[in-house]
Design a protein around this ligand. Structure first.
Ligand SMILES: Cc1cc2nc3c(=O)[nH]c(=O)nc-3n(C[C@H](O)[C@H](O)[C@H](O)COP(=O)(O)OP(=O)(O)OC[C@H]3O[C@@H](n4cnc5c(N)ncnc54)[C@H](O)[C@@H]3O)c2cc1C
Ligand code: SF4
Length: 325
């Protein structure tokens, strides 16, 4: 394995173009990549350290909204005054993740691309379609208590483990990428892929694509947001179910809602069904319960994770109450 560090994105991309694109990995905080290299799950030919690229700023956009550089650390983003004031759900989600030490290393780009915590994916001795296409899925019929109930396929039921991604989905973030063939911007709803019959493809990124930054739209006037994470212990644990909500109330009725679930989907799970159902409804538990039912209607539990259906419903109802009281 070879490793390089660059100060300019052009140089990093030129190195990729000249080398083995599919065998290249960028390293930012290293909290996902290095673990997986030690486990022999990731075996890159070339590692490019992007920590010296000028991508570490949080900047307000001229027309409103926020630009977040790809190497902004999770702790810096969570504690940024604009994020705390205008995008509270993002700050709460980041602070619910991992530990203080990990958040000081983990970056925005790396968090978007963190891999599943399915135990079979991380065990190179076990069959796993995501790690080695065509070998089978050990979790279906195996240990699947923590895995997904929404967006699954017969080939993979792994959960997207990120808290940040759930908040960014409710905030309708856009991910900006620079690749060998130019720049492009991808709404977060289109960024992560469902497993289908290609669970090894997790995002729309092509080999060598560098995430440069993420943008958030201006906050909706009068909106309030909340992130709730339910897990087996109070800290340093991944979500069994989580909910990110951004809600605007006018005259006692929901004027607009954006809803995303974590811990239950194979990708950060936006529920446009729940959002549509809430629009115009009076604020209160009956409407929140109907929205939660809609969000979980297509749930397909496995042998050990049926409890997640009701857990996720209650999680969403609670988050909606908190954001609207
Ligand atoms: C013990 C432990 C507990 C954790 N608990 C939680 C938790 O509760 N909630 C949670 O959400 N997360 C949790 N995490 C995951 C953590 O948030 C991620 O590991 C972290 O966000 C990844 O960021 P990084 O910068 O370290 O990524 P890296 O490890 O550097 O990179 C991860 C992947 O992204 C790619 N990459 C990185 N930056 C870019 C870029 N700019 N462009 C293109 N590709 C890029 C890398 O090539 C690699 O494939 C936990 C991790 C650990 C180790
Ligand atoms: S759920 Fe996905 S990641 Fe886990 S063993 Fe099955 S294929 Fe692999």
């Amino acid at each position: 394995m070879r490793s390089f560090q660059f100060h300019r994105a052009e140089d990093a991309l030129a190195a990729i173009a000249a080398g083995a694109k599919s065998g290249t990995r960028f390293v930012a905080g290293g909290t996902t990549l290095l673990d997986l290299m030690k486990l022999n799950v990731e075996r890159p030919e070339l590692v490019i350290d992007i920590n010296r690229l000028p991508l570490d700023k949080v900047e307000p956009l001229s027309g409103g909204g926020l630009k977040i550089g790809a190497t902004v650390r999770n702790s810096a983003l969570a504690n940024h005054p604009i994020v705390r004031r205008d995008y509270a759900v993002l700050s709460q989600a980041l602070l619910a993740g991992a530990s203080g030490q990990l958040r000081n290393m983990a970056t925005t780009g790396g968090n978007l691309l963190q891999r599943t915590r399915c135990m079979y994916f991380r065990d190179a001795a076990m069959p796993c379609n995501k790690r080695e296409p065509g070998t089978g899925c050990s979790a279906i019929g195996g240990a699947n208590r923590t895995l997904a109930i929404l967006g699954t396929s017969e080939h993979c039921i792994a959960t997207n483990p990120s808290d940040m991604n759930v908040a960014m989905t409710a905030l309708e973030a856009t991910i900006h990428v620079r690749g060998i063939n130019g720049k492009r911007s991808i709404p977060i709803a289109d960024f992560h892929l469902l497993p289908g019959d290609t669970p090894h493809r997790e995002t729309v990124l092509e080999p060598g694509d560098l995430i440069t930054h993420v943008t958030l739209p201006p906050p909706v006037p009068g909106s309030r947001s909340f992130y709730l994470k339910l897990r087996d212990r109070a800290s340093y644990e991944f979500a069994l179910a989580s909910a990110a909500v951004v809600v605007t109330v006018e005259g006692g009725r929901v004027a607009r809602a954006r809803i995303a679930l974590g811990g239950v989907g194979t990708k950060p799970w936006r529920s446009t069904e729940a959002e549509a159902l809430l629009a115009g409804e009076p604020v209160g538990e009956p409407a929140f319960r109907r929205a939660a039912d809609a969000a979980l209607r297509d749930a397909r539990p496995q042998s050990q994770n049926g409890f997640k259906v009701e857990l996720a419903r209650r999680c969403l109802v609670y988050a909606l109450k908190e954001a609207t009281q």
